[in-house]
Design a protein around this ligand. Structure first.
Ligand code: ADP
Ligand code: MG
Ligand code: ZN
Length: 603
C-alpha cells in the first residue's frame, strides 16, 4: 500500500468523526424523556414540585421545563407554550418559575458548521490532488499542477567526448552546437538553423546521452521532459505544461528543450478509440503551436527522441518543426570498441581482456548493452573479491546478458537431460554445417533463467545490414534442428521445442508476407503487424487481402517449413555420429566450447 492511500484513510477518518460530532450536537437538545404533562400536573397538585426553570426554544413559544422535586430529583418536560405554562404555575400553584432568555439561534449549527464542512471538504480535495500529483512522479504541489515539470540541468557534466562511436551523428550535430554557442554568427548571414531535431533509433543506442552531450558541449541549459509526463489524468494539464515549458525555455535561451519518448504525445492523431485521447491531441497541438510560435533564431533548439518514427504524427515532421531527423544507429565493430573503451575507463581490466575481441563478438549490442556487459563483469569480479576484471568474467557476463543467468541449482532428471543434450546437439550441428549461420560459441544443457532447458549460442561474425533469403532459410533449419534430433533419437517428440517452432514460423511468415521471397505469393506486402500499436484502428480494420490470399500464404509458409525440415533432417542424419558424440560430451560436461565442439567433426 502506498503512502498516499494511508493519507487518504486518515482523511476519511477525520470526516467520519466530524459527521458523528454533527449528529451528536444536533441531537443534544432533544433528549428523550417519557415524562408527560399529566404526570407533572399530578405532582404539582401533590405539592412535590419545589422549583421550575423555563427554557424557551428559539421557536417561541415552545420550550422546555426543568423541574426539581422535593427529593432533589430533576426532570425535563417539553411544552408547546411556555407562556401559558408560566401563567398556570404562578396563578394556580404559586410557583414562580425562573425564566431563561430566549436563546439566539444555535450559531454553531446554523452558520459555522456548514462553512467548516465546506472548508474541510476543500482541504480534502486539495490533499487528494496533491497525492495524485506526487504519485505521478513530480512531487509537485497543486499550485504548479500545470507547470512544466521539466528537469533543468546546466550542461557541462556530459560532453560529446562521452559519446563514443556515433561519428556521423555527432558530425550532424556540430553546427547545432556551434549555433548554441554563438547564435549571432548565424543570424548575421541570415542562416536558418533547424528548430527541431528528432533523434530516432533503437532503445539504448544513446539518444538521451547524445542530447545531453550537446547541451554539455555548448554549455547551455538543458530542459528535459519525458513525453509521458505530458499525458495526465486531467484534460488540459498536458497543454498547459507545454506552454509553461516553452515560456521557461524562452527565458533561458539559448538552450535545449529535450522531449524524451515523444511518441507518447506525438502519435498519429485520430487513432484513439471513443475519443479518449483528447488530452494527448490537445497536448500535441499545443506543442506544434509553440514550435511554430518562436522565431527561427531565438536560440531554442527542441530535440526529441523516439524509437518509433513510424507512429509519429506527420505534422510533427513538417519543415519548421522537427525538420532535422538523425537516426542513431546501433554501433558497428569500431563503434562498439570505442563504447567499450569509454565504459572501461573506470574499470581496471586484467591484461588478458581484449576489448577489440569483445567488440567483434557482440554484433547487435547497443551502447546500453555494452555498458551493461561491462557492469555485469565488474559485479562478477567484485563477487570474487578481485580488484580487476578478467576475460572469464566478461565471458560469463556475455552469457548472462545474452541468455539469462544459468541456474545450476535446478535438478533435472537424467531423461530430460538426455533429451536436452540431443536437442541442443541438433541445433549445434546445423549452426556448424550451414554456411551463413554460426559458428557455435557454446553449447550448454544448463537451464537458464529464461526457462530454456539449454542453449546453443552462435557467434555472429559479421554485422549485417540485411538478411538474405538463403540465410533466413538456414535460420529456420537451425531452429528446427532441436526437434529433428529428438525425433531421430527418441522416436518421440517433446513440448520443449515450442519456442523454436514459433521462431521458425515467424521467419517463414515474414519471408512470405513482408519480403516477397515466395514465388507463388509474389513481391507484395501482406504484413499488417505495422499497425498493431493502433488498437482503435485494428478493431475497425479489415484485412486488406482476400481469404484466398490468406490461404495461399498459409500454404506457402507450410511448404517453406516442410522443405527446411526435410533438408535439416538429412543434414543431421549425415552427421549422426557427431550427434551422438556431442550429446555424450554434453551429458558429461554440461557445457562445451567452440573448440571442443568443432573437434567432434574431425574424428
Ligand atoms: P536511449 O536514450 O537511446 O534509449 P541512452 O542514451 O539512455 O539510450 O543510453 C543508455 C546508456 O547506454 C547510456 O547511459 C550510456 O551509458 C550507454 N551508451 C549508449 N550509447 C552510448 C555511446 N554511444 N557511447 C557511450 N555510452 C553509450
Ligand atoms: Mg532514452
Ligand atoms: Zn531448441
Amino acid at each position: 500500500m502506498g503512502k498516499s492511500s494511508k493519507g487518504i484513510n486518515i482523511y476519511f477518518l477525520v470526516i467520519a468523526i466530524l459527521l458523528l460530532i454533527t449528529v451528536w450536537v444536533s441531537n443534544m437538545s432533544e433528549q428523550t424523556d417519557s415524562y408527560t404533562r399529566g404526570e407533572f400536573i399530578e405532582q404539582l397538585e401533590k405539592g412535590e414540585v419545589v422549583y421550575v426553570e423555563i427554557h424557551p426554544n428559539a421557536e417561541v413559544p415552545t420550550g422546555t421545563l426543568l423541574i426539581q422535586f422535593k427529593d432533589n430529583s430533576k426532570k425535563t418536560l417539553h411544552v408547546s407554550d411556555v407562556v401559558a405554562m408560566q401563567e398556570l404555575l404562578t396563578t394556580e400553584y404559586q410557583i414562580d418559575p425562573m425564566v431563561e432568555d430566549v436563546p439566539q439561534e444555535n450559531w454553531f449549527l446554523s452558520d459555522i458548521l456548514p462553512i467548516l464542512l465546506i472548508l474541510i471538504f476543500g482541504v480534502f480535495m486539495f490533499a487528494m490532488m496533491n497525492a495524485q500529483n506526487a504519485n505521478s512522479g513530480g512531487g509537485g504541489k497543486m499550485m504548479n499542477f500545470g507547470k512544466s515539470r521539466a528537469r533543468v540541468s546546466t550542461g557541462g557534466e556530459i560532453t560529446l567526448k562521452d559519446v563514443a562511436g556515433l561519428r556521423e551523428e555527432k558530425e550532424d550535430m556540430e553546427e547545432i552546437v556551434d549555433f548554441l554557442k554563438c547564435p549571432c554568427k548565424y543570424t548575421k548571414v541570415g542562416a536558418r538553423i533547424p528548430k527541431g531535431v528528432l533523434l530516432e533509433g533503437a532503445p539504448g543506442t544513446g539518444k538521451t546521452l547524445l542530447a545531453k552531450a550537446i547541451a554539455g558541449e555548448a554549455n547551455v541549459p538543458f530542459f528535459s521532459i519525458s513525453g509521458s509526463d505530458f499525458v495526465e489524468m486531467f484534460v488540459g494539464v498536458g497543454a498547459s505544461r507545454v506552454r509553461d515549458l516553452f515560456a521557461e525555455a524562452k527565458k533561458n535561451a539559448p538552450c535545449i528543450v529535450f522531449i524524451d519518448e515523444i511518441d507518447a504525445v506525438a502519435r498519429k492523431r485520430g487513432t484513439g478509440m471513443g475519443g479518449g485521447h483528447d488530452e494527448r491531441e490537445q497536448t500535441l497541438n499545443q506543442l506544434l503551436v509553440e514550435m511554430d510560435g518562436f522565431g527561427t533564431n531565438e536560440g531554442i533548439i527542441v530535440m526529441a527522441a523516439t524509437n518509433r518514427v513510424d507512429i509519429l504524427d506527420p505534422a510533427i515532421l513538417r519543415p519548421g518543426r522537427f525538420d532535422r531527423k538523425i537516426s542513431v544507429q546501433t554501433p558497428d565493430v569500431g563503434g562498439r570498441e570505442e563504447i567499450l573503451q569509454v565504459h572501461a575507463k573506470d574499470k581496471p581490466l586484467a591484461e588478458d581482456v581484449d576489448l577489440k575481441q569483445i567488440a567483434q563478438t557482440t554484433a547487435g549490442f547497443t551502447g546500453a548493452d555494452l555498458e551493461n556487459l561491462l557492469n555485469e563483469s565488474a559485479i562478477l569480479a567484485a563477487k570474487e573479491d578481485r580488484a580487476f576484471i578478467v576475460q572469464e568474467d566478461i565471458k560469463k557476463a556475455f552469457i548472462k546478458v545474452g541468455i539469462g543467468a544459468e541456474k545450476k541449482s535446478r535438478i533435472i532428471s537424467d531423461k530430460e537431460k538426455k533429451i536436452t543434450a540431443y536437442h541442443e546437439a541438433g541445433h549445434a550441428i546445423l549452426f556448424h554445417v550451414l554456411p551463413d549461420v554460426g559458428p557455435v560459441y557454446t553449447v550448454s544443457i544448463i537451464p537458464t533463467g529464461l526457462g530454456a532447458a539449454g542453449y546453443t549460442m552462435p557467434l555472429p561474425e559479421r554485422d549485417e545490414m540485411f538478411n538474405t533469403k538463403g540465410k533466413m532459410l538456414q535460420d529456420i533449419m537451425v531452429s528446427l534442428g532441436g526437434r529433428i534430433a529428438e525425433e531421430i533419437i527418441f522416436d518421440d517428440i517433446t513440448t520443449g521445442a515450442s519456442s523454436d517452432i514459433k521462431k521458425a514460423t515467424k521467419v517463414a511468415r515474414a519471408m512470405v508476407t513482408r519480403f516477397g521471397m515466395s514465388e507463388n505469393i509474389g513481391v507484395i506486402n501482406y504484413d499488417e503487424s505495422d499497425n498493431e500499436v493502433f488498437i482503435g484502428r485494428d478493431l475497425a480494420h479489415t484485412r486488406s487481402h482476400s481469404e484466398e490470399v490468406a490461404g495461399a500464404i498459409d500454404k506457402e509458409v507450410k511448404s517453406i517449413i516442410d522443405e527446411c525440415y526435410a533438408k535439416a533432417k538429412s543434414i543431421i542424419m549425415e552427421h549422426e555420429k557427431v550427434l551422438h558424440s556431442c550429446a555424450e560430451l554434453l551429458l558429461a560436461k554440461e557445457k562445451i566450447t567452440r573448440q571442443e565442439f568443432e573437434a567432434l567433426f574431425e574424428c
